[in-house]
Design a protein around this ligand. Structure first.
Ligand SMILES: Cc1cc2nc3c(=O)[nH]c(=O)nc-3n(C[C@H](O)[C@H](O)[C@H](O)COP(=O)(O)O)c2cc1C
Length: 178
């Protein structure tokens, strides 16, 4: 099975989760992990499984305004935030719009604050909806990986991400669709 894990990430949390998900998937799939700004949409044609993740911004997926706000926050020394290499490119919203309609399998994830989902929102819900609108079929419910109020990934989330990646890959081998 050929799988691709793609992510948007301003500060690295979503990238780290994507990398852990790919490790978990690797026992079951030939998996590549890439920032969305490094994916050639033409290469999506022969994929079996597309996994897409992004940070939650203002309760949902980022906009160019929220990404600018993230860049502004990174200039405040007290916050100790470092922008990712591909942070200034497009976000997952524009990326999903840009990809061709497809018939393969998909799964969505996000990173968000470790508070009630009702308060935080979750980018993965929106990603899931938009991927389905493109014609992809979700093999799992969207999943969130949690960060502290200080913006650091909770310590057990890399194990959680590896386990979720393995579950997604196994579900894609025998899909029952959500
Ligand atoms: C502009 C901005 C808006 C955010 N809005 C939310 C939000 O509404 N809900 C939430 O749970 N987290 C929110 N966050 C926190 C991020 O989702 C979280 O820190 C995420 O892990 C960052 O991922 P990244 O390191 O991959 O960029 C926001 C962060 C930024 C910079």
């Amino acid at each position: 099975m050929k799988a691709l894990v793609v992510y948007e990430s301003m500060f690295g949390n979503t990238r780290r989760v994507a990398e852990s998900i790919a490790i978990g998937m690797s026992e079951y799939a030939d998996v590549t992990v890439l920032n969305i700004n490094r994916v050639n949409p033409d290469k999506l044609v022969d994929l079996d499984l597309l996994v897409v993740g992004a940070p939650t911004h203002a309760h949902t997926i980022s906009t160019s305004a929220s990404r600018k706000e993230a860049e502004r926050q990174s200039t405040q020394p007290a916050r100790r935030l470092r922008l990712e290499r591909d942070a200034s490119g497009m976000g997952v919203r524009e990326w999903i719009e840009s990809i061709p309609a497809a018939t393969g399998l998909c799964a969505a994830f996000d990173t968000r604050a470790d508070v009630l989902k009702l308060l935080s929102g979750a980018a993965s819900t929106t990603i899931d909806k938009r991927l389905r609108r493109k014609g992809l079929r979700a093999v799992m419910d969207p999943e969130s990986f949690l960060v502290s109020i200080q913006g650091e990934l909770n310590p057990d989330e890399s194990t959680h991400a590896q386990e979720w990646g393995a579950t997604v890959a196994r579900a894609a081998e025998m899909p029952t669709f959500t």
